[in-house]
Design a protein around this ligand. Structure first.
Ligand code: MN
Ligand code: MG
Length: 645
């Protein structure tokens, strides 16, 4: 309904131009009018505006909001009444986003420009909106020509959710003139409410401090939803930047979409955050989760992938009660994901034109030459063997920390750095690996080596705590029984970005032991130990001895949750990307063959299977200790390898 005149000029369009199946209304309801209302949604765009990968410096057809814009035009043309939403995590995720956040500019943020251009009706906030700080977020949102809603993000908590000072408006009531199947016009009030994971308070806690206070999603929903009804909402849509999760509410739950869907007031749910495609075969069916029909707790729901991979579409049929309060009721619903990149290319032209100057500036920024690498830097095997790419990041962080600690009480302390393979396949697919050839290193390669805009932090930890830290990482592996053959090594519930290595320490991982932690890093089995022989410079560490660990703000926030208060020795707000770019600029030439600081404990007669990306076969030297063998490719394009332990 971004274009009311188009709606009303030819109301019969809905009857004669509706290809595709229309959701069936319940036949035994004698209703005087039926309205078809289409909800169109994007989620987790992560600043992917154009089908272009700034890191790889190449076009990625069939991805990005400009490709989606073509499909949005198709979906809008099919129905008389359509609304367009975004479900959060739009401000962060690529070099365009990092460039905009690191440069003073007068132009509106290109994501906001894009939403304005495409006529978004309502947008909610995801956790990544907070990565660059509140002033940046507020100034980006100031240019929005659409309501931004979120009910559980507060600047000050009141005695009850309704008394909170929310960061943006908790909900919006859209008043729209809609056309029914007979061509008659009606006024409809569509309530749209937003939610985000309460973990924002922890994840970005270092810079948000107490300026952002989160409410539990379900607690907020139960408080606010009756208010939407009282304001006359005929239909209520939840923009839920949260994963599918269980139907039973748990306080503080990160993934609450199913529990939300179960609330009686909610008619449709846009889910997100977990980057899944729903409905779709990637989601396991459960009693409250129907991945074929796209139902959560019986309500229509979509999760439109990530980075512009899918468009979510929910079609509602509304019927007016013939007696009583004559409310509109949802009598039928259908949820689906639409593939992107279909429809006329010209539908994307206004968006492409509007953001062209931003794209050009981001390209120039991302192509700046910083130095050179002597060897290829990649993450194909970074969760199974030491990686030169990760070691470069660790070296940059440790060098920065040593310099920063000079002249403080911690000068001369042992400093080690933890690093993470952010791009290591998984749901990101077989292209989701860092892959930098020997030769020039540019700003775009820094983004490829270090994806997130988080900042450098250094903590004092005991060797026992460092061991626990590594246990959390080692929980990404399944337990491997000695003598077993070709067992899958990785636990599919634990993404590669949960895996930290500490190149300054030596250790082995005993895969015959059970994992100590779950996918969220919480301790499941306190007695379980996989990390053995933790040592530094050839000497076993005493559990009580203290070291400085350089990490990032995100992990430091988690460590405070898990280990309690600890000594923070560096928290200057310096971005790790900047530290890495400066390091390469200062040295000019970087990159040394990976060390041998960690490995799996040998298990004779035992083999495991791992997946690696396109192009991984060129780097088999990294796996020398495991006699790797290519087994073939899987249907997602990953190359499968057998490793002998
Ligand atoms: Mn996301
Ligand atoms: Mg998210």
């Amino acid at each position: 309904m971004h274009n009311a005149s188009a709606l009303t000029s030819d109301p019969s369009r809905s009857l004669c131009q509706s290809p595709g199946p229309r959701p069936q209304a319940c036949p035994d309801v004698q209703a005087e009018a039926q309205i078809d209302l289409r909800l169109i949604a994007t989620s987790d765009l992560h600043a992917t505006l154009l089908p272009y990968d700034y890191c790889a410096n190449r076009v990625t057809p069939g991805r990005g909001l400009s490709e989606i814009a073509r499909q949005i035009a198709v979906e809008r043309a099919q129905v008389p009444n359509a609304l367009l939403f975004d479900n959060g995590d739009f401000l962060q995720g690529n070099s365009l986003a990092d460039f905009v956040a690191s440069t003073r500019r007068r132009r509106a943020h290109p994501m906001i420009t894009a939403f304005n251009t495409l006529g978004y009706d309502v947008v909610t906030l995801g956790n990544h909106e907070f990565n660059y700080g509140l002033p940046f977020l507020s100034s980006a949102l100031a240019r929005a020509r659409f309501p931004v809603v979120s009910a559980n993000i507060a600047t000050r908590l009141g005695r009850s959710p309704l008394r909170d000072e929310t960061f943006v408006q908790p909900f919006a009531i859209l008043k729209r003139t809609v056309v029914d199947r007979e061509g008659r016009m009606h006024r409809l009030r569509i309530g749209v409410i937003g939610f985000a994971p309460p973990q924002i308070e922890v994840w970005d806690g270092d810079h948000l401090g107490d300026r952002i206070r989160m409410r539990d999603i379900l607690t907020s929903a139960r408080a606010w939803l009756p208010r939407l009804r009282a304001r006359g909402a005929d239909v209520i849509v939840a923009l839920a930047h949260t994963g599918i999760g269980p139907v039973e509410p748990q306080h503080g739950m990160e993934n609450a979409a199913t529990a939300l869907a179960a609330l009686p007031e909610i008619d449709a749910v846009i889910a997100g955050h977990c980057h899944l495609a729903f409905p779709g075969p990637g989601v396991q069916p459960r009693p409250e989760v129907d991945p074929v029909r796209g139902l959560l707790a019986g309500k229509p729901a979509v999760m439109p992938g990530h980075s512009g991979s899918h468009l979510g579409v929910i079609d509602l049929v509304l019927t007016r009660q013939t007696s009583g309060p004559r409310r509109w009721l949802v009598q039928g619903a259908a949820a689906r994901l639409a593939p992107v990149g279909n429809g006329a290319a010209q539908a994307a032209e206004p968006l492409r034109r509007a953001i062209a100057p931003d794209h050009r500036a981001a390209l120039a920024w991302s192509r700046q030459l910083l130095g050179e690498t002597r060897i290829p830097l990649h993450t194909h095997f970074a969760t199974v063997a030491p990686s030169a790419a990760l070691e470069l990041v660790a070296e940059a962080k440790a060098a920065h920390a040593r310099a920063a600690l000079a002249g403080t009480a911690w000068e001369g302390w042992p400093v080690v750095a933890a690093v993470t393979p952010y791009r290591s396949g998984g749901r990101g697919g077989a292209d989701n690996y860092t892959e930098i050839h020997a030769g020039p290193l540019r700003m775009r390669n820094v983004s490829e080596l270090y994806l997130y805009p988080n900042t450098l932090a250094a903590l004092v930890l005991t060797a026992a705590e460092l061991s626990d830290w590594l246990e959390q990482s080692a929980s990404i592996f399944r337990q491997i029984l000695p003598g077993s053959v070709d067992a899958p090594l990785h636990d599919p519930d634990c993404p590669g970005f949960c895996f930290d290595v500490i190149p300054g320490l030596s250790y082995a991982i005993d895969l015959s032991q059970p994992a100590r932690c779950d996918a969220q890093g919480r301790v499941l089995r306190p007695e379980a130990r996989r990390i053995v022989g933790l040592s530094r410079e050839g000497r076993l560490l005493d559990p009580a001895e203290e070291l400085v660990l350089v990490t990032n703000s995100h992990r430091a926030n988690r460590a405070r949750r898990d280990f309690g208060p600890m000594r923070t020795v560096i928290a200057t707000g310096q971005r790790v990307q900047t530290v890495l770019a400066d390091h390469v600029r200062n040295l000019g030439e970087v990159g040394t063959a990976p060390g041998r600081n960690w490995r799996f404990l040998p298990m004779p007669g035992t083999s495991v299977v791992i997946a690696a990306g396109v192009g991984s076969a060129q780097h088999l030297g990294d796996l020398a200790g495991y006699r790797p063998r290519v087994l073939g490719c899987d249907e997602q394009g990953f190359t499968l390898y057998r490793l002998h332990l």
